[in-house]
Design a protein around this ligand. Structure first.
Ligand code: SDX
Length: 392
């Protein structure tokens, strides 16, 4: 990773901003958060600690960690009036539609009292968003499946709390499976931040106008929903289900080459090598399937065979197409009990810390101006107006 800092991507002139949060070397498949490699954070840290790292710039001491975790825990509840927003949606509404609507509505509860130019208040907004996203996401799921909402508890970890809010029902006790809690936490770490991807750039652009952070995060959620971005995890699992068995892979690969469809969960705007997150995600899939699913899950067999075939096929090699973070995540999330419609919700939950840390970094820059991308004009040259009776 040390030589990563001498890495000159060669696009200095077109870079949209400067940032110290995340470094990606797409050619080498390197991903660092504040200098720490993603595989080390995924195996040795936890999501709340990574939130501290992204927001504050350093791994916390034990005392700092306890204080930070407590500040998050103390903000997990939602205003009781907030729950009524969910009632406005159809029960079969896509949970991402619910997320876009309800997270934007957080503005109505905090906007008036928020001075975004005050670093203390910016920090409170960041903590509120990180803390409340699991509660909102769990409510989106419960509303979707028609079960009663489950309130957060202060004696559970961030990921344990989220799993309990999703899967506990009043009729019986619910014990969080530690293997699933660890897998959930690791998945959150893998999705926490990723430099200036489409949704992060959306949050920055919205924030550059002075919009409140809750509205900016809602804009990021809307952008993440697209199948080329965060929506790919849902599409990738649907693709694996459609292929069904390894013997159908050659026919599917031919369809990709014939440009009938894309291999979802493959390819990346930046990684032209293996996405380091995909490796960890594949390990997670094996662990979760061993704990709660079928270690020989046919979808995992299809995914691994599909990866092997693609990585040895000229079409994918010459286009530098490798598995990305979305290729294996759906198998793991499905084994954990989540429907495919919740996959991008989980991505947005985890990415909230990256979005808000990037927003905070932008707001701390005194030279920051409103974003104003320019264009290459390709329309008609100047011409005079023609009254309607003289047209046609
Ligand atoms: C995420 O930016 C980020 O950091 C995003 C993200 C994050 O953490 O925020 O990493 C999360 O969005 C991951 C990507 C998830 N999306 C998918 O898995 C959807 C499938 N992937 C493709 O849509 C595509 O790979 C993109 C959009 C992700 C990237 O496209 P690129 O790099 O712009 O590639 P391209 O469109 O220039 O394609 C180059 C060639 C083309 O073929 P030719 O025209 O040269 O013949 O590769 C082909 C493309 O058709 N190609 C694919 C392909 N991806 C690109 N062919 C088949 N399957 C694919 N997945």
């Amino acid at each position: 990773a040390t030589d990563a800092f001498t890495y000159d991507p060669g696009f200095t002139s077109t870079a949209s901003c400067e940032s110290a949060l995340t470094f990606i070397d797409g050619d080498k498949g390197v991903l660092l958060h504040r200098g720490y490699p993603i595989d080390q954070l995924a195996s040795q840290s936890n999501f709340v600690e990574v939130c501290h790292l992204l927001l504050r710039g350093e791994l916390p001491t034990a005392e700092q960690y306890a204080a930070f975790e407590n500040s998050v825990t103390m903000h997990t509840m939602l205003h009781s009036q907030f729950d009524r927003f969910f009632e406005g949606f159809r029960r079969d509404a896509h949970p991402m539609a619910i997320m876009v609507g309800t997270v934007g509505a957080l503005s109505a509860f905090y906007h008036d009292s928020l001075d975004i130019h005050d670093p203390v208040q910016r920090n409170i907004s960041a903590i509120r968003l990180i803390a409340k996203m699991p509660t909102i996401a769990a409510r989106a799921y419960k509303y979707h499946v028609g079960q009663p909402f489950v309130s957060p508890r202060n004696d559970l970890s961030y990921s344990e709390n989220f799993l309990r809010m999703c899967f506990a029902v009043p009729a019986e006790d619910y014990e969080v499976n530690p293997v699933l809690a660890k897998a959930m936490d690791r998945i959150f770490i893998l999705h926490a931040d990723h430099e200036q991807n489409a949704s992060t750039s959306t949050v920055r652009l919205a924030g550059s106008s002075g919009a409140n952070p809750f509205a900016c995060i809602a804009a990021g959620i809307a952008c993440l929903w697209g199948p080329s971005h965060g929506g790919a995890n849902e599409e990738a699992l649907n693709m694996l289900k459609e292929i069904g068995t390894p013997d159908k892979i050659p026919e599917f690969i031919q369809g990709v080459k014939d440009k009938k469809y894309k291999l979802m969960g493959f390819g990346h705007r930046v990684y032209k090598n293996y996405d380091p997150r995909a490796k960890v995600m594949q390990e997670s899939a094996h662990e979760v399937l061993k704990a709660v699913g079928d270690p020989n899950d046919p979808l995992l067999q299809v995914a691994m065979e599909l990866e092997k075939v693609a990585l040895n096929d000229e079409y994918f090699i010459e286009r530098k197409l490798f598995p990305n973070v979305d290729f294996y995540s759906g198998i793991t999330l499905s084994a954990m009990g989540f429907p495919t419609t919740m996959f991008t919700v989980l991505f947005s939950l985890a990415r909230t810390v990256g979005w808000i840390a990037q927003w905070q970094e932008m707001m701390e820059d005194p030279s920051q101006k409103i974003g104003r991308p320019r264009q290459l004009y390709t329309g008609p040259t100047t011409r005079d107006y023609t009254p309607i009776e003289k047209r046609g």
